[in-house]
Design a protein around this ligand. Structure first.
Ligand code: HEM
Length: 159
């Protein structure tokens, strides 16, 4: 059996782009998180959701500010991907399950970020933060793979 791309108007292409950009932004977020942890900068900003100077960035809290901004962006992208999957008539159960799990993990992860700060980087919470980050990445990766398959439909070989 051979495959051909469907018309981009069916929304499959939009899901592909959304899922792929989510994965790239999420990967960068995990990279930044790893840097914060390894550099011992986890408590430079002791408050949540905003740092003491408010919404604008400052040199003092820059890396934490970037981590939170990219986390918020990731959250929006993950939720948007899920909504796009539910709105697409060609989307199957698998992509709906992975995008829904990704959404559940991203909300948990952002909430957990607050606890990580409140409980002064308790080792168990930091480990769970990393663990959920990996689960989240796995779901976003699967969603991306399914999205790329979604944009192809089987056609007859001699068509
Ligand atoms: C989608 C959301 C998020 C993801 C995927 C994510 C991912 C990560 C990862 C992978 C690390 C490195 C962990 C390690 O190396 O052990 C990390 C560290 C950290 N994250 Fe997040 N994070 C997210 C949201 C947040 C939020 C909203 C906050 C707080 C407001 C936060 C606070 C922290 C802190 C303080 C650290 C450093 C922990 C330490 O010093 O050991 N994270 N994050």
């Amino acid at each position: 059996m051979t495959y051909s791309r469907t018309d981009s108007r069916d929304g499959g292409l939009a899901i592909q782009y959304l899922a792929l950009s989510t994965m790239i932004v999420l990967y960068s977020l995990m990279f930044i998180g790893g840097y914060i942890s390894a550099a011992g900068l986890g408590l430079t900003c002791p408050e949540w959701p905003l740092c003491p100077n408010g919404i604008m960035p400052s040199e003092e809290y820059l890396i934490e500010w970037v981590h939170r901004l990219v986390a918020a962006t990731t959250g929006v992208l993950v939720l948007a991907t899920m909504v796009a999957c539910y709105m697409n008539k060609n989307a199957g159960a698998r992509i709906k399950v992975t995008s829904s799990l990704a959404s559940a993990f991203v909300v948990t992860q952002i909430t957990l970020g607050a606890l990580v700060i409140d409980l002064k980087l308790h080792a168990v919470l930091v480990a769970i933060h990393l663990g959920i980050g990996i689960l989240l990445f796995s779901m976003v990766l699967l969603t991306t793979l399914f999205a790329f398959r979604l944009s192809k439909v089987p056609v007859k070989a001699d068509a």
